[in-house]
Structures are given as C-alpha cells and as structure tokens.
Design a protein around this ligand. Structure first.
Ligand SMILES: [Zn+2]
Length: 350
C-alpha cells in the first residue's frame, strides 16, 4: 500500500454542483480525473508522489440560473420575519435572505420606503404573506409581478376551506395563519418546492432541510400542547390587542377576542372597550395581553376600564403576534416565538 501524505484541503462550496472535477497528476498517472457529487469536499490525505492539481471546475456549477449578487447565491427577500425564518431554515447557506419588517414592526401598517422598492426589484425571489397582511404593499407586489420578477404569496398554497373567514371584510380571510403549525408546515413544503424549481441542483439539500424544519415544528407543537394541558378548559380565553390569534385558538382550544379587528388599521373605539370590559368582568378573566408590534395604549385603557367598574384584570404580558422577537433571543424564530407566547399565556391564565 502506498504511503499517504496528509493534506488538509477543505473545500466548502456555497452551492451543490452536479459534479466537481479534481485532477490528480504524478509520474505514473498523467492526469486522473475524479468526479465527485458532494456538498463538502474534504481531502485529508493523498498518495505520496502525487502532485495534486486541483481544478475545481466552477463552470460545472453554472446551471444557467442568474444570480443578482452575493457570491452567486440566490438573493431572496421576505416581507415578515416569520417568512424569513422559514426561508433560512430551508434555504440554509445556499441563499441569502433579507427581510423588510424586523422585530416590533406591524405588517398591517407597513409602508414601503424607496429603498424597499429597489430591494424588492433587485431580489431574485420575493416571498410575501398575502391575504392582505401587508395591506399597504399589495399594489407594489402586483407591479413587480407584472415586470416579470418572481414574486410569491406564501398563503396561496392553502385551500380557502382551511382558512378562517374575516368577520369584518366579506370575502377576505384572517391572515395570521402562522399560529397554526400544520398550515405553516404546508407553507414550508410550498416554499421548498419553489426553491427547488429555482435551483434544481439543490433540491436534495432543500428536501433535507424541509424534513428537519417539519420536525422542529412538530416538536414545538407537542411542547405547546403539553403546556396548555395545565390551563383548565374554562380558563382558555385569550384577550389581546388585535385579532391575531384565531388560528391559535382554533388549533389549541382557546376562545379568542381581540380589541382591534384582524387588521390594526381600524382603531378600537370606546364602545369596543366597554363591550370587552363587560365580557372580562362577567367571565372573570384574570389577565389580558399586549402585543410586541401593536401599541399597548388600548389594552391599558381596557384594564383601567375593567378596574374602574369594580372588576379586576391584570396585564398577563406581551405576546409576539405579527413579528418575531429580537435576534439572539429564543423568539427570533417562529417555533421559539410561539413557545414563548404559550409560556406567557399559561402562566397568566392557569
Ligand atoms: Zn395582525
């Protein structure tokens, strides 16, 4: 057996190539061609006497997909943190994900700046939520779509009968469906399919990431159910700043009431506050919740109203409804955000 010389050559490719060709040359073998189909190529030893000429045929990676920039990676733009999280989970290091709306930003009220419009125009793929969640951006998506860019509403894949109809706007649906992890899993499958069609050479990688992400969602769902078990069914009443939790309520058996409707565009009136005060007093609701992306003013007014009428309700905490938490916190991704919400809700209501 020939002795081997240790060589540390570690090639991490940003994309999966169909083939990467490595040429080995020595006095016995003029040129030996090795074809590999791997994401990571690690060479730790080569036969003695072999002069290693590595020619990574990067042209083999050229699949005809045009990339705007960022080292050849597909540049993807997501409107919300929830969609960006999903794209990062599935796209991994083969795409670059940018997000328009960061922590604490209300998508119902978000208006695009000039800079946003150019970012939307420059991205290879644009993913938005749809169902009028980004109500003030709808016309921009239409325009971009007409210009031939690839723009996808992630909720397009969900059949209307699985959606919750809006009580306020006839023919419209409640957009807050990330709180139903079964629906979100279907959106993950849909997005994975789009990425795979855009970059067929990466489809195995996306499929693996999808399977891992579905597992994450399933684990979160089981943890949520276990926590909710601690809250007696008659105490499962969730009152929040706006109607973002109906999918959550449907899935986990909560009665849900928002002070504002399914969009934060319509302000809560005095009558809404009075109606909800009576409800809280009659039902002896111990706690209600503010939301990280909605002003706490209305919920504070509601607490004051209940307490001035001889009832008692406290602030149960702040929930993440329409935006993720800050980077570096457990709420920076969807499963962490929902788990945090359920911890907060169950602590205040049980
Ligand atoms: Zn909302």
């Amino acid at each position: 057996m020939k002795p081997y010389i240790p060589v540390t050559a570690d090639f991490r490719l940003s994309r999966v190539c169909d083939t990467v060709t490595i040429y080995l040359e020595n006095k016995h073998v003029r040129m030996k061609k090795i074809k590999m189909q791997m994401r990571n190529i690690k060479i730790t030893a080569i036969p003695e006497g072999v002069i290693l000429i590595l020619v990574l045929l990067l042209t083999a990676c050229n699949t005809g997909v045009e990339h705007s920039k960022d080292g050849g990676k597909t540049r993807v733009l997501a409107t919300t943190g929830m969609i960006a999280d999903l794209l990062n989970q599935i796209g991994g290091d083969s795409i670059t994900v940018e997000v328009l709306m960061g922590p604490g930003v209300d998508p119902h009220l978000y208006k695009a700046s000039e800079g946003d419009v150019s970012r939307l125009g420059e991205a290879d793929l644009v993913f938005y939520h749809g169902l009028h969640l980004e109500g003030k951006l709808d016309h921009i998506f239409e325009k971009i779509q007409k210009s031939g860019r690839k723009v996808f509403a992630v909720t397009d894949t969900i059949a209307p009968e699985r959606l919750i109809a809006s009580g306020e706007f006839a023919g419209n649906y409640d957009p807050h469906l990330w709180f139903d992890l079964d629906l979100w899993a279907d959106i993950a499958r849909y997005v994975s399919g789009i990425l795979s069609r855009h970059e067929p050479e990466n489809k195995d990688y996306y499929r693996e990431n999808l399977q891992r992400y579905l597992q994450v969602l399933d684990t979160a769902d089981k943890a949520i159910r276990a926590m909710i078990e601690a809250v007696p069914p008659e105490k499962r009443v969730l009152i929040t700043a706006h109607d973002a939790f109906h999918y959550f309520g449907r899935k986990y058996g909560f009665e849900v009431v928002g002070l504002q409707g399914i969009s934060t565009m319509a302000e809560a009136g005095v009558r809404d506050v009075q109606r909800l005060s009576n409800f809280i007093i009659e039902r002896k609701i111990p706690a209600i919740f503010v939301e990280s992306s909605v002003s706490s003013r209305n919920i504070e007014a509601l607490i004051a109203s209940v307490n001035s009428r001889g009832g008692h309700v406290s602030l149960g905490g702040s929930l993440y409804s329409d935006a993720l938490g800050n980077p570096g916190t457990p709420q920076e991704n969807l499963s962490g955000m929902i788990t945090y919400n359920v911890e907060t809700i169950t602590r205040a209501l049980k």
